[in-house]
Design a protein around this ligand. Sequence first.
Ligand code: ZN
Length: 200
Amino acid sequence: MYPRQIQRLIQLFSGFPTVGQRTATRFVFYLLRAPRSEVKELIEAIAQVRNQIALCKLCFQPFDASEKTQELCIICNDNTRSKEILCVIEKESDLEALESIKEYKGLYFILGGPVDPLKKEQREILRMKELEERLKDSPIKEVIIATNPTVEGEATALYLERVFKDSGIKLTRLGRGLPIGGELEYADPETLKQSLENRR
Ligand SMILES: [Zn+2]
């Protein structure tokens, strides 16, 4: 079998999302063949991401905190955006997708999904406590539940609706039209724009 150093790295890569044992093994042998300079760059880049990127205290979006001492990302710091409307999304790339259509002027909350909230151990991955905290005594009047139109996204949305139905905050969902089983990040901008306008 492989030397233990190789086995260890295969095991670490196997823990990455969507990476199985075979792909992990390929990564390791790629690194063994790659120029030393490239491997060094990779090691540095990983260290920088962990050391210089902070998560926004309000929306959990990662931002460059290497030169700043602030605790909020650009969006949460932007006073021209409405503080009364909060869009709850599963992950960072969904935020990118919604920002790219330049239609939405409220704030965001990255839930940390997608997971199946019916499974207790998975439910704990979601930032539910943080979301409750965010909504408590806040100026937020509407929460747009913008989970992906997948089975897990749908389950997550229903779970959120149940948890916050008595909160006094208006809950809306993105309108129909997004391809079922797809993800916001792959939706075409026009469809995404319409589903945001037609939220209910
Ligand atoms: Zn933020």
